[in-house]
Design a protein around this ligand. Structure first.
Ligand code: F0G
Length: 392
């Protein structure tokens, strides 16, 4: 394995401290070589570490990540005109989001450098995950959060796992800039954002699991985009699984953003060579990001796969979140409902096999439930009043 730059093609050895290309600043990517694929013939066990031969670290700190449910949603599929609609429920990971897949690999690499502290900027889930893995590894955690914009469940996790928390008076993009600067000047603080190519390697295992469960790649994989690490990682996973000869085709990658926080969708539409929107805003605070660090990789994933990038409104997100909970019993956070909201607009209608990635658990953001219609009343402790509720 080596590191390479998807923009300028520069190649480097696997230096755990090297994350961005020294020549052009683009986030680097781990590249598997001929010998890596040749040696990776047997996969044993379950979860992320089943794929250890394709990962740039050895298992050290684990909480049982990966191996999440791939749920066939027949009723929703019928309503949306999709023959086989699946939801890959990443809320089933140990801290309730897909971040754990990357964090179990990222923390192993961090420990290999002798780091005493790990750090990240986060809209919430990365912070919760990193804090948990740091606790288990016995190193300290520093998280930079946009003040007032992190969902309650995620903040509670970071607090309980004992992270040091900086509430930045600014947005995620400010926090990201600050933590990158800090990790460059303070060598004992190891950066675990998705700028870190090693962490992203763990996240590619979602693609392997989907292919193993379905026997081939789906026609399309739909997921929310924020900092755009996940779409890049999963697309890489599909390509590697095909390179191994385990699948015959690749899926279309469909990335979804919130209408008022959609820099990548804009970049794809305009074929631009930059990616930024000012003052991003959305009820899906997980993806409230204006300057995604992995945008080049995300744009390649969408274009190279013949996929698409599109937006949904906050109202569409909340409706999809409620429909998924009421129709299929899956409670996901608002950002995780964005893919379904996109399908609701009639996109991908008539498709065969579609997998939506539900990136985080609904309990992460209990306040979002405020928007749902409720059948709840305060009643006297009598049979009559309960029966009235049953009927009304
Ligand atoms: N869904 C959820 C629930 C997320 O928490 C995130 C990102 C995404 C989707 C988007 O993933 O950034 O790889 O494109 N959350 C990050 C965080 C930014 O700090 O927790 P992405």
């Amino acid at each position: 394995m080596i590191l390479h730059c998807i923009r300028c093609g520069a190649r480097h050895g696997l230096d755990p401290m090297l994350h961005a290309c020294p020549a052009c600043g683009t986030p680097l990517e781990v590249l598997l070589e001929e010998g890596d694929f040749r040696r990776a013939r047997r996969f044993e066990g379950r979860g992320v570490w089943r794929y250890e031969p394709l990962l740039p670290a050895r298992r050290s700190v684990t909480l049982g990540e990966g191996d999440t449910g791939l749920h066939l949603c027949e009723r929703l599929g019928r309503r949306l005109g999709i023959r086989r609609l699946y939801v890959k429920n990443e809320g089933e990971n140990p801290t309730g989001s897909f971040k754990d897949r990357g964090m179990t690999v990222g923390i192993a690499v961090a420990l290999s450098t002798g780091a005493r502290a790990v750090a990240c900027a986060s809209t919430g889930n990365t912070a919760a995950s990193m804090a948990a893995y740091a606790a288990r590894a016995g190193v300290s955690a520093l998280v930079l959060l946009p003040a007032g914009k992190v969902a309650g469940g995620k903040l509670a996790q970071a607090v309980l796992h004992g992270a040091r928390i900086a509430q930045i008076e600014g947005d995620f993009d400010d926090a990201m800039r600050l933590v990158v600067e800090l990790s460059r000047s303070e060598r004992s603080v190891y950066l675990l954002n998705s700028l870190n190519p090693y962490r992203l390697e763990g996240q590619k295992t979602l693609a392997f699991e989907v292919c193993e469960a379905l026997g081939d790649a789906p026609d399309a994989l739909v997921l929310p985009m924020g900092n755009a690490g996940n779409i890049s990682a999963i697309w890489k996973g599909f390509r590697e699984w095909r390179r191994l000869g385990r699948i015959r085709r690749l899926p279309r990658m469909v990335g979804v953003q919130a209408e008022r926080a959609a820099p990548i969708v804009e970049t794809v539409r305009r074929k631009a060579d930059h990616c930024r929107v000012e003052r991003p805003e959305t009820v899906a605070t997980a993806i409230r990001i204006g300057a995604p660090v992995n945008w080049r990789k995300a744009v390649s994933a969408v274009l190279d796969s013949g996929g698409e990038a599109g937006t949904v409104t906050d109202a569409e997100i909340l409706r999809a979140q409620q429909e998924l909970a009421r129709t299929e019993g899956l409670f996901v956070e608002p950002a995780s409902a964005a893919p379904l909201a996109y399908l609701w607009k009639g996109r991908l209608k008539g498709a065969g096999t579609v997998v939506c990635v539900a990136t985080g658990h609904g309990l992460k953001d209990p306040d979002a439930a405020e928007h749902a219609p409720v059948t709840m009343r305060r009643v006297k402790p009598t049979q009559a009043s309960i029966r009235r509720l049953l009927e009304g």
